[in-house]
Design a protein around this ligand. Sequence first.
Ligand SMILES: [Cu+2]
Length: 130
Amino acid sequence: MRGLVIVIGAVLALVAPGCGGGGQRLVDAAIFAEATDTFGPRDVLVDPDAQIAWTNVDSEPHSITPDVAGDGPDSAAAFPNGIGPGQTFYWRVPAAAAPGTRYFYHCRFHGQAGNGQNFGNGMVGVVRVR
Ligand SMILES: [Cu+2]
């Protein structure tokens, strides 16, 4: 059994009662895997400075690896062996990210990087900035 979708699951959540006016936004993404082989949802639209949480609800490890090295979410430092079952990887969208910026990523175990402008193959996803 290989489950593969990292559930980037659900989407949205808001958050932080803020101090002074600027609440932060947390976007929940989950990693499911089972049958689909892809992140679901694999496309999330967020604001600059939003925080995204990818929780692995599958039974095997997955990763969030940027298609373009150094540009976008990368779980390697926090989870060198992959994001394990039940673990959550957090990433904050750069506050200075321009509208329209897209961060394509893939799972290094079950996907292949695209060229930075398009999805790669297999287990892939994208974070788009509104
Ligand atoms: Cu994977």
